[in-house]
Design a protein around this ligand. Structure first.
Ligand SMILES: [Zn+2]
Length: 662
């Protein structure tokens, strides 16, 4: 009887708790046209005049000039676009996860409805109170300077009762004449005059000032959205990944230098995980694991021979927020974070800014501008910057850790570090210390930039309804295992340990760090649970850390962290790490044969300097553990084999600057 009463009370308390927190934040109400193409009616389009395929590019009854214009239009669109049937939706050219075209203008990739001049489409919608229509417009051509004239974009509203449609928006873009028109132009119109009524919204494009060549422009509407403004605040979520950030070089993780005063504060106000392990020692597979909650072998995304992209249909963290009506926005450093690896999935806008590794400040300012435009909340932001990645170039006043008397050959440049790594002579400790001091300076710079973003959240009051997670994709090595200023090629702790800090509503300020070992793949299920989003049937290999965050889990739980260096040569590295031990297995890529292993007692040898010899039986037991992790998960999951892709010249240039390719 007593237990039944207690249970009822507990259930009641839980219900009250759930209700309270659910009341706290409104669900966003977003209607994206690109997700409701069945409600889009195409009135006019130049596409049906165009004929699919190489052979049919020779219409007999058309002049050469028109044919030339069509060729240009197709050339501008076709790479890397696949043509899809144009009968039902003539503006949809490539079926991605959302059946629209992803296109990039000025480093911003968006889902678009391709609308060359002479395109008219409309949708019939009932307009709710407090609705706004948001949209972007842009011209997709790569060679703007050849373009004369422009494209006029218009949005009209019409009701059955009115004879003449009302022009809600009109703007002409002239990218050949106006450099400011060579990017996406974002705008919105208030729909308050139509509240409670059903109207046709018509989107038109027309050539402006063009007489000669037909179809010189490929214009597009980016992600038109009818947004119902909320009366109460909505939860926002910001995931910050600071590339190449070693936790043991942060003062909040016990580093001797004051490298991270802002993050220290942030950690004091939130929950810091002392033993977080990433799933891969380099950028692309590690981030895909973080955003899909899948181990590298299972998402299959790798950076070899131009790379393998994520399969369509594998949901990412952004996908879940997108489906719940969050505005999803990413700002990244590009390179291995190129949108075409599948990282774009689920984002309404995916930005790749590469200036140099110290471009963090600009990204912070853009993020603040985005948040300021979405004061109601309901946004998911993924922020990535290469601030602590080579080349290490801390700007004044952040370059505070170097010994100013140092006169040696070392600096933070890639070429110098590569030369020092290649040299057969033992490295001079002073050179190594100088490089580390430069790295620490970049961390101080990154710390200050992120501090500015956190200040903004507090000043604007958004901190009360914004969850923030700060982590990294991998560490960096400084001669622990013979190399310096690099990562990617091993699975030792200097590359696998990452910072992980949660902050915001629902995160208690804890005076002690969480010691349990956790993984990057735990971030996605944790954020979904914190945002009360049901992942449905999605399979995750990580687990939610909510009970650890709330300090509810008692006792020691032995957890395995599994990491991989996917094949870059003949060897596949896999590691399984418990709080006490680490076993690293080197396997032949061709036949999976085990070639070698490392085994460390992490309590006695945290630096992994002395690999212990295992008896054949114990070695087999550890190998079986890795095999079991793979097999057990394989039974549960459809392995995504990934799809091969080719890289554009800009991405290759970024990868060269980061030292990933020659
Ligand atoms: Zn990275």
């Amino acid at each position: 009887m007593l237990w039944a009463l207690t249970l009822s009370f507990t259930l009641l308390a839980m219900l009250v708790l759930i209700n309270c927190s659910q009341k706290k934040f409104d669900q966003p109400a977003v209607f994206r046209l690109v997700d409701h193409l069945d409600q889009v009616e195409f009135v006019a389009s130049p596409f049906p005049e165009l004929i699919l395929g190489e052979k049919s590019l020779t219409p007999k009854d058309k002049t050469d000039k028109i044919l030339d214009g069509r060729k240009r239009l197709i050339e501008n669109l076709i790479e890397p676009v696949y043509w899809a049937p144009m009968t039902s939706h003539p503006l949809v050219l490539k079926f991605t996860k959302t059946p629209v075209l992803e296109r990039e203008v000025a480093q911003h990739t968006r889902n678009v409805l391709v609308a060359p001049p002479k395109t008219v489409f409309r949708t019939h919608q009932k307009i709710a109170e407090g609705s706004v229509l948001e949209f972007g417009l842009g011209v997709l051509n790569a060679r703007f300077k050849d373009l004369k004239g422009g494209v006029q974009f218009r949005i009209l509203a019409s009701e059955p009762s009115a004879d003449i449609p009302r022009v809600l928006y009109s703007r002409t873009l002239q990218p050949g004449l106006q450099p400011r028109d060579q990017r996406w132009i974002d705008s919105h119109v208030d729909l308050k005059d139509f509240a409670g009524r059903k109207i046709w919204l018509t989107f038109e494009t027309a050539e402006s000032g063009v007489e000669e060549s037909p179809y010189p422009f490929v214009s597009a509407w980016a992600n038109p959205v009818i947004l119902k403004k909320s009366a109460s605040p909505r939860l926002s979520v910001i995931l910050i990944s600071l590339d190449t950030l070693r936790p043991d070089h942060l003062s909040c993780y016990g580093y001797g230098r004051p490298s991270s005063p802002r993050l220290d504060n942030f950690a004091r106000e939130g929950v810091l995980f002392r033993n977080a392990i990433s799933q891969a020692p380099y950028t692309l597979p590690s981030h895909v694991s973080m955003l899909t909650s899948l181990y590298p072998s299972f998402h299959g995304v790798n950076f070899v021979e131009n790379g393998v992209a994520l399969e369509d249909g594998v949901p990412t963290l952004a996908d879940f927020f997108y489906r719940q009506g969050y505005r999803t926005w990413a700002i990244t450093g590009g390179g291995q974070m190129n949108h075409s690896y599948g990282l774009f999935n689920g984002f309404e806008n995916y930005i790749e800014y590469w200036i140099s590794t110290d471009d963090l400040e600009r990204k912070v300012e853009e993020t603040i501008a985005f948040l300021d435009n979405h004061k109601d909340g309901g946004v998911f932001v993924f922020f990535h910057a290469y601030g602590a990645h080579t080349p290490y170039r801390p700007r004044p006043p952040y370059n505070i850790f170097v010994n100013t008397d140092y006169k040696g050959p070392a600096d933070g440049e890639l070429a110098t570090i590569a030369k020092l790594n290649k040299s057969t002579a033992p490295m001079d400790q002073k050179d190594v210390e100088h490089v580390i001091a430069l790295y620490d300076g970049t961390i101080r710079q990154v710390d200050d930039g992120i501090g500015r973003l956190l200040d903004y959240l507090k000043e604007s009051g958004q901190n009360r309804r914004t969850l923030v997670v700060i982590t990294s994709d991998h560490g960096e090595e400084f001669l622990e295992h013979h190399k310096m200023g690099t990562h990617s090629h091993t699975l030792f702790d200097e590359l696998l340990r990452v910072p992980l800090i949660f902050w915001g509503p629902g995160i208690p300020a804890r005076d002690s760090a969480v010691e349990e070992q956790v993984q990057s793949i735990d971030i996605t299920p944790t954020l979904l649970e914190l945002a009360r989003i049901d992942p449905g049937r999605a399979k995750f290999q990580g687990r939610s850390l909510l009970s650890l965050i709330q300090g509810k889990r008692k006792g020691k739980v032995e957890t395995y962290a599994f990491s991989e260096r996917l094949p870059a040569d003949d060897t596949h590295w896999r590691s399984v790490r418990t709080p006490n031990y680490k076993f690293i297995l080197l396997q032949d890529v061709k036949d999976g044969r085990s070639l070698n292993y490392f085994f460390f007692d992490l309590l006695k040898d945290p630096g992994e300097q002395k690999s212990l010899v295992l008896s054949p039986g114990r070695r087999k037991a550890w190998e079986d553990r890795i095999q079991f992790l793979i097999e057990a998960n394989r039974r549960n999951l459809l392995r995504a084999p990934g799809k091969k892709r080719t890289l554009d010249s800009k991405t290759l240039e970024i990868l060269r600057a980061l030292g990933y390719i020659q």
